[in-house]
Design a protein around this ligand. Structure first.
Ligand code: G6P
Length: 763
């Protein structure tokens, strides 16, 4: 560091000296020229006046007094003397001082005489610096001799030396001041932040800080610091992945991690390109006054698919729904995401209000959603909405085809019930593309699905895919039964595949999951951590009850929120000792409120909570706290960890990730999960207290059992369920889906064996 400063100072000194020297040299030169010009001018004026006098004397033939007359001029400033010569250069009259210096006629004089014009020059004679002005002298217009006016030019040299000396002194002061100021600036604005940054980076490296935590004021180095943050995060991820891998190898386990998924995806794609299509986008840009906010929607879909996209540098096509989404895309409606560490492309598609109304709110959410969920809300099918649905599917298909136009091995993952027609639309144009669709919601039985006026078109659209995924086997079975009844095809029950018009589609369950990230903190530390967190959280909510329950849902009629509240009411009624002691925190994210049923539901749920609260509340205590807003993943996590139990009472649900998220958050292995038997998750999480949400008494009883369960049993159950989730995590879901899709044969040679199931025509 010291050596560095020394080098810096030396370079500064050299640099500033060189520049100053240049300027001083120029200045001295200018001054010298000005002084010489001044002397030349003065000499000319004097020379012309003397020449006039001498010529007049010659005309009058009175040259005898010339010597005396000339002597008068020798007293002037710096004038050394004057000399007059005849036309042969022989001196006629020379002032006395000059006579001692000039032994012969100077060259300038002989030249002035022979060429008949004035000559002026600076010369060095012995040690003297002189200026000589030579003028021709005339008699009757003929050159009759020459005149030399000689000045001492030494003072110019002296003046030059003085100027150099002053410049040098000035330069010294300048160098000193500039070096001093520069060093001070470097110390305050650069060395200080560098030292702080180094200290902070060391703390990061040693794991004493989380990357974004306590970033000091790094002034000019902020952009660099952000790069370091990203780098540290990547390094930490790589480090923990390596540790994880080593640990797994050690224990002989074969667990799925984000890194394993990345390797798997790259191998399976084999140079191909991955395209994901979903209605909801992974990043939403919104205007907030002058700033631009970017948010990640609270959706399991993003957690699930982002590692796949990052691993493959693929493209995610989705509806651009943020009010500032258009401001950040390029001319092809694309942008690179994640914003802080761009790894894949997001291609946004724009929908008109009418399209959104018909396709999303209408057909997808008022038609297909209730149709598939069988939650006793009537599906509404409008021909206008169906038109919109087809139109938007065509629009997305066009975007996919555009993205894969020059791609040789495209792999397309379509997400959900918004795009039932997309697989066929893509395959019609690009039979070489591998297309899968994952249906995130249940598939009902044939009779229930049969009420949809366009069931045949929907099933046909889906069968365009090479692979159709559902969460659980029974949804696959329901789908194949529907296919069997609705379209002309052969269903292979043995291999769970459909052959229609020479195209084979396989149907498989892929239970979606979450990322259960274990950390090193000891269980007991976790418990202490949760305890502190719980007190802070409850205090901030003004809740004092010793027992806490939690529910986290989009406010949707499929979630059984009414049933849940009524079960809480029944529990308090049946077990009054819990009155004043048990509070249920319901996080309800308003959803699709543009649809009347959802809008009304929000008010109904609120009224129901109020009714029950009014019935039981006393003092500061009330049984239900309804928190009606979108919460971040981090906030929700602290609710999960504060709770004694989590209630999931869906009337029907494809999977329900809340159940898995709750368990993933419980690193302390405490808390009880009460889970509806009508969720996909109930197939895997057998250690939850399984309930029929329509059975209010049963749910009320489950709440009591949960609160009174022995700690050992509680821990054993959570431990087993966490193990299931750890082994069947989100990376396994994505890995299996992509692997299955990339491994199947596209040539149709793998014909469906066995007998034809006939295949009914549309009902
Ligand atoms: C639930 C379903 C998903 C669906 C999503 C749509 O999470 O399980 O299958 O994609 O809702 O929600 P949105 O708010 O985008 O309508």
């Amino acid at each position: 560091m010291r050596l560095l400063s020394l080098r810096l100072i030396l370079s500064l000194i050299l640099g500033i000296t060189a520049v100053s020297l240049g300027f001083s040299y120029y200045e001295v030169l200018q001054e010298k020229r000005a002084l010489e010009k001044d002397l030349e001018r003065r000499s000319e004026v004097l020379g012309e006046s003397i020449a006039g006098t001498v010529e007049k004397a010659w005309e009058a033939g009175t040259t005898r007094t010339l010597q005396r007359q000339l002597q008068r001029y020798s007293k002037r400033d710096n004038l050394l003397g004057v000399a007059v010569y005849d036309q042969h250069g022989t001196p006629v009259a020379v002032t006395s001082e000059l006579g001692a210096i000039l032994k012969a006629a100077p060259g300038d004089v002989t030249k002035a005489i022979s060429e008949n014009h004035a000559e002026s020059s600076f010369v060095r004679l012995d040690r003297n610096r002189l200026h000589i002005l030579a003028l021709p002298l005339h008699k009757q217009d003929e050159v009759a001799g020459g005149l030399a006016v000689v000045h001492d030019a030494d003072y110019i040299h002296v003046q030059n030396l003085r100027t150099w000396r002053e410049a040098f002194l000035r330069m010294l002061v300048q160098v000193f001041l500039i070096v001093l100021i520069t060093l001070l600036i470097v110390r305050w604005r650069i060395a200080g932040p560098i030292a702080r940054a180094a200290q902070w980076m060391r703390a990061l490296r040693m794991g004493r800080l989380s990357s974004t935590q306590q970033m000091p004021d790094l002034d000019l180095f902020k952009p660099l610091a952000w790069e370091v943050v990203t780098l540290t995060e990547s390094l930490n991820q790589a480090r923990s992945a390596a540790e994880n891998e080593a640990r797994l190898r050690e224990s002989g386990e074969s667990m799925w991690t984000a890194d394993r998924l990345a390797v798997q995806i790259q191998t399976r794609l084999d140079g191909g390109r991955l395209i994901v299509v979903s209605n909801r986008e992974p990043y939403i840009h919104q205007r907030n006054g002058k700033s631009l906010d970017v948010s990640v929607p609270a959706s399991g879909l993003v957690t699930a698919l982002e590692p796949v996209l990052c691993a493959s540098n693929g493209t995610w096509i989705a509806h651009g729904s943020g009010d500032a989404d258009r401001e950040v895309v390029d001319s092809h409606d694309r942008l690179r995401v994640p914003p802080h560490d761009p790894r894949y492309t997001l291609r946004r598609l724009w929908l008109t209000k009418e399209e959104e109304e018909g396709y999303y709110y209408g057909f997808a959410n008022e038609g297909l959603w209730p149709l598939c969920h069988i939650a006793h809300t009537r599906p509404i099918f409008r021909a206008k909405d169906w038109e919109s649905y087809q139109e938007v599917n065509r629009k997305f298909a066009a975007a996919v085809l555009e993205e894969i136009a020059d791609v040789s091995k495209p792999v397309v993952l379509v997400q959900d019930y918004h795009f039932a027609l997309l697989p066929r639309m893509i395959k019609q144009k690009r039979p070489d593309a591998r297309v899968a669709i994952f249906w995130h919601i249940p598939w009902p039985n044939t009779e229930a699905f049969g009420i949809c006026p366009w069931q045949r078109q929907l099933v046909d659209g889906l069968l365009g895919a090479d692979l159709i995924g559902f969460h659980i086997q029974s949804h696959c079975n329901n789908f194949l039964q529907t296919v069997d009844r609705v379209v002309e095809s052969r269903v292979d029950w043995e291999h769970f595949a459909v052959l229609r018009q020479s195209h084979r589609t396989i149907v498989r369950p892929f239970p979606i999951s979450v990322d259960l990230a274990d950390d090193e903190t000891l269980e007991t530390d976790q418990y202490r951590l949760n305890y502190v967190e719980r007190s802070t959280l409850l205090h901030s909510l003004g809740v004092e009850a010793p027992f806490i329950g939690v529910g986290v849902d989009r406010v949707d009629y499929t979630k059984g929120i009414h049933e849940r509240f009524r079960a809480i009411e029944r529990f308090l009624e049946k077990y009054p000792k819990y009155q004043g002691k048990f509070t249920f925190l319901q996080i309800g994210a308003p959803s699709r409120t543009h649809i009347k049923r959802y809008h009304d539901l929000l008010a109904e749920v609120e009224a129901e909570a109020e009714r029950i609260n009014w019935r039981f509340q006393s003092g500061n205590w009330k049984p239900i706290l309804f928190l009606k807003r979108q919460h971040s993943h981090k906030e929700i996590d602290s609710y999960y960890r504060a709770a004694d139990l989590c209630l999931v009472t869906s009337l029907h649900d494809g999977m329900n990730l809340v159940a898995k998220e709750f368990l993933a958050a419980r690193r302390d292995e405490r808390g009880v999960l009460i889970l509806s038997q009508f969720t996909g998750a109930a197939r895997e999480l057998r250690d939850a207290l399984l309930i029929n949400p329509y059975d209010i008494d049963q749910t009320a009883e489950a709440i009591r059992v949960a609160l009174e369960m022995e700690p050992e049993e509680r821990q054993m159950r959570v431990h087993r369920m966490r193990k299931t989730i750890r082994e069947h995590n989100i990376f396994r879901w994505a890995g299996n889906l992509v692997t299955e899709l990339c491994e199947l044969r596209l040539d149709g040679g793998d014909r469906v064996p066995g007998k034809s199931r006939g295949g009914g025509v549309a009902a």
